[in-house]
Design a binder for this molecule. Structure first.
Ligand SMILES: NC(=O)c1ccc[n+]([C@@H]2O[C@H](COP(=O)([O-])OP(=O)(O)OC[C@H]3O[C@@H](n4cnc5c(N)ncnc54)[C@H](O)[C@@H]3O)[C@@H](O)[C@H]2O)c1
Length: 304
């Protein structure tokens, strides 16, 4: 009996003997690599560093529209400049705090009204509040512990917000499918969308980063759970763990710390560039075979 195969580009069942050989047909064509053409994305933290570089990379790869979210007022001018350079309106700026439910809902309402479902989400906004978990004061001799307020602020921005923004994207695709009378996603339909959470090498533990490391590790649980649920609607979910990257977040640590602590423990002996991380994020978004975590860490091997 002749075997059968699904042709993802057409959704047809065809005899295996006539199925296109992988070498003969591009991965984009058969739908194993998600084409950005016609897709809408939300990127938070889009005004700086990794978020901004991800916008750049997506534009180069043909994305239709990006909701560029940041609390920095500079996001408006940045979008205008990028649109001018691209020769069309791709970047749509939204200024606000990612922890606000009302702001997030308004962003999605507006994007859905303009473009329909928001199939791609990279929630990159993040902060650090680094300090030892327990530190003995030289003045009083008393051991002070890390503040609850800083824990909660870092969790709100680095853990809870990315989950909320990612779920909102899945919801937009789920609603869109429901409206079109589509139930459980079938592989022949091609991937509908994707999420990449921004973890960190610090998720494995890092001195002075009790709040940041915990939040980034927490994203792994969110990724693993959302991956199992979102695929019902044809959406994939993964997490990238970048190493130290040359952005304002790391520049704020100062040259001495970078030179004496970070570079000696990094095999490449240099900081990553934001566009290197963005390139990996786009790869993870587009390639359907990617799931789980990708460590993009320049060979970060801290001493105990
Ligand atoms: N730079 C690194 O070495 C590194 C390594 C691993 C992971 N990361 C992660 O990558 C992501 C981007 O970091 P980056 O290095 O590009 O930082 P960055 O400081 O250059 O950019 C972060 C952006 O997030 C925005 N932002 C922060 N809080 C916000 C809020 N509440 N609402 C809206 N916008 C807010 C800031 O305005 C800023 O534009 C973060 O999640 C960070 O934890 C960075």
């Amino acid at each position: 009996m002749v075997g059968q195969a699904i042709r993802p580009d057409r959704g047809l069942i065809i005899p295996q003997g006539t199925a296109p050989r992988p070498s003969a047909v591009s991965l984009e064509k058969v739908g194993f690599v998600m084409d950005f053409t016609g897709k809408t994305a939300v990127i938070t933290g889009a005004a700086s560093g990794i978020g901004r570089a991800t916008c750049d990379a997506m534009i180069k790869q043909g994305i239709h529209a990006i909701g560029a979210v940041d609390r920095s007022a500079g996001i408006g001018d940045l979008c205008a400049n990028m649109n001018r350079a691209a020769g069309r309106e791709i970047m749509f700026p939204y200024t606000g705090d990612v922890t606000s439910d009302a702001f997030r809902q308004e962003v999605y309402r507006d994007l859905k009204m303009r473009f329909g479902a928001v199939q791609i989400c990279v929630p990159a906004a993040g902060i650090t509040r680094d300090r030892l978990a327990v530190k003995v004061s030289k003045d009083t001799g008393r051991a002070e512990i890390y503040s609850r307020k800083d824990l909660e602020d870092v969790f709100a921005i680095n853990l809870i917000a990315p989950i909320m923004w990612a779920m909102e994207s899945v919801a937009s695709v789920a609603e869109d499918r429901n409206r079109r009378g589509l139930g459980r996603w079938e592989p022949a339909e091609r991937t509908q969308g994707a999420i990449v959470f921004i973890g960190s090498v610090s998720s494995a533990g890092n001195r002075g980063q009790i709040s940041y490391a915990t939040a980034k590790k927490g994203l792994e649980g969110a990724q693993a759970t959302l991956a199992t649920e979102a695929i019902y609607y044809g959406m994939r979910c993964s997490i990238i763990h970048p190493g130290y990257t040359d952005t304002p977040m790391v520049q704020a640590l100062g040259d001495d710390l970078v030179k004496n602590y970070i570079l000696p423990q990094t095999q490449l002996r240099r900081l990553l560039r934001p566009d290197e991380v963005a390139d990996a994020i786009c790869f993870m978004l587009r390639n359907s075979a990617v799931s789980g975590s990708l460590w993009v860490d320049a060979g970060w091997h801290p001493a105990a």
